[in-house]
Design a protein around this ligand. Sequence first.
Ligand code: ATP
Length: 236
Amino acid sequence: MENVLALENVARAFPRGIVALRNVSLSVRTGEFVAVMGATGSGKSTLLHCAAALDRPSSGSVRLAGRQIERMREGPLTRWRRDRVGFVFQSYNLLSELTVAQNLRLPGRLGGPRRHGVGDVLAAVGLPGTEKRPVGELSGGQRQRVAIARALITGPSVIFADEPTGALDPATGGQILGLLRRAVDRDGVTVVMVTHDPGAAAWSDRLVLLREGSVTTDTATPDAAAIAGRLREVAA
Ligand SMILES: Nc1ncnc2c1ncn2[C@@H]1O[C@H](COP(=O)(O)OP(=O)(O)OP(=O)(O)O)[C@@H](O)[C@H]1O
């Protein structure tokens, strides 16, 4: 399968000598579910941001959905991100005063593609018939389902998820991970997910561990207990 995402020798430095990423190379194939883990400050969010065109590497290259993005100008880059990338965040990032359907139509109103219908994506996340409900009335788990529906509606090349279950109880979090898993298995969606939770990472196909801005492990995902053991090793 084709690589939908390829980082080559990506480094990202910040002022005052902080190096968040050092020579990270990582290729992700269409239909993979990748979990990115590592201790706090190891560079997970920076990696996700550079891969998802939210940030630019200091050096190295990023190929996303068939285009080199590291030197694209701001306008085209924003459109590329809008058209090709879906995001799911810990904090949902929905507009709570709007209805479910209005939230789902937002990407389209901002000029983005809408490759699926509102009813179809709501059914896919287990919320059929909720179009008219204000998001402010929904539970955290329901909001995260809406956020996944919003990510799916544009038919993105990659969904980037940053701690998608961080604000949810384990049972609800498991349901959210099950939805991402099903999107990968049934629809061939590609997911790159940052998480601190070995139980969440265990839903993925591939585990990438970062330590001080470098990839130290890139392997088929083992079970949650083995993931926890690997994490202890990189934190040591
Ligand atoms: N905008 C920024 N300006 C300066 N330093 C930054 C910035 N973003 C990240 N850093 C630094 O880069 C390093 C990696 O940060 P990053 O947020 O990628 O880590 P992380 O693994 O996602 O951590 P956490 O698990 O705590 O979210 C840290 O030392 C952080 O302080």
